[in-house]
Design a protein around this ligand. Structure first.
Ligand SMILES: [Zn+2]
Length: 140
């Protein structure tokens, strides 16, 4: 067994055990390694020289460690804002967006479910659509 210090493209540092250096190469080429913090598959061996003194390594690791929940918190805030200010129209998103655009429905901000095809069709009609960065699991 061999322990490597690994680093993802976002500069997160973590350690992982491999049966040998070939195993590391094989897993990394197959994109089977992912960052413990952000899940990125762009992993390389850390350029930091491995140290046997774990006491020395610890503070550095803590300093470099970003808040893993930061993005989730931002997303949660964004979602809260949208749920507060936008009307949820569920599956009727395309119909409703079109109705608002053509003045058949009162002007307001809405969010809901739509397919890529519907979103594209709205976009082609000049109706602004913003994809939201989460999957809405709400069931009416
Ligand atoms: Zn990472």
């Amino acid at each position: 067994m061999i322990k490597y210090k690994l680093q993802c493209k976002n500069l997160h540092l973590f350690e992982s055990w491999f049966s040998n250096s070939d195993a590391y190469e094989r897993l990394n080429k197959g994109k089977l390694l992912s960052c413990e913090i952000c899940g990125s598959n762009s992993i390389s061996k850390s350029l930091m020289s491995p140290s046997v003194n774990s006491k020395e390594n610890k503070p550095l690791k803590e300093v470099l460690k970003p808040n893993p929940n930061k993005e989730q918190i931002i997303l949660k805030e964004l979602k809260k804002e949208i749920e507060k200010n936008y009307e949820y129209v569920g599956e009727n998103f395309e119909k409703e967006a079109r109705a608002i655009h053509f003045g058949d429905s009162p002007e307001r901000s809405i969010y809901g479910k739509t397919t890529l095809k519907e979103a594209k069709s709205l976009y082609e009609d000049g109706i602004p659509v913003t994809p939201l960065p989460w999957t809405d699991r709400k069931t009416n």
